[in-house]
Design a protein around this ligand. Structure first.
Ligand SMILES: [Zn+2]
Ligand SMILES: [Zn+2]
Ligand SMILES: [Zn+2]
Length: 133
């Protein structure tokens, strides 16, 4: 990789992170790509996917799957948390499940050691529910 390519890749990564940071909900790679292009950033869709996957692997971005589509959100410090997600617009809030201990206990009772867990609640946000009515 040449120095120029390196600089461009770093700029693309920064643009993608910035676009994600400005959102309070989940976004698809296509959506993000369209917004970057509209904002004058020339970034290929493949690059957007690659950077999003790298950010997800690094724990800087959360990824969830809604109806077969990967959606991404920059949640910050990477601390363990759970999401309440609007299936229509992607708006998301963080929620605490009733009991993290229950997960451990339920698994232990069946002889399992928990390595990780995923817990999201999907629905319609107040705005989307109003429109749907
Ligand atoms: Zn999150
Ligand atoms: Zn919504
Ligand atoms: Zn948890």
């Amino acid at each position: 990789m040449t120095a120029a390519t390196g600089v461009r890749r770093t700029a693309q990564k920064a643009a993608i992170r910035q676009a994600l940071d400005g959102k309070d909900g989940f976004t698809s790679a296509q959506q993000l790509h369209a917004e970057l292009e509209a904002g004058g950033d020339r970034v290929g869709l493949a690059t957007v996917y690659r950077q999003l996957n790298a950010l997800t692997a690094a724990g800087l971005v959360d990824a969830i799957t809604v109806e077969g589509e990967q959606l991404y959100k920059a949640c910050g410090d990477g601390a363990h948390h759970h999401h309440l997600v609007c299936e229509n617009c992607g708006k998301s809030d963080e929620i605490d499940p009733p009991s993290e201990e229950w997960i451990q206990a339920a698994a232990a009772a069946r002889g399992y050691t928990v390595t990780r867990h995923v817990f999201e609640v999907f629905g319609l946000c107040a705005d989307c529910a109003r429109i749907a009515r």
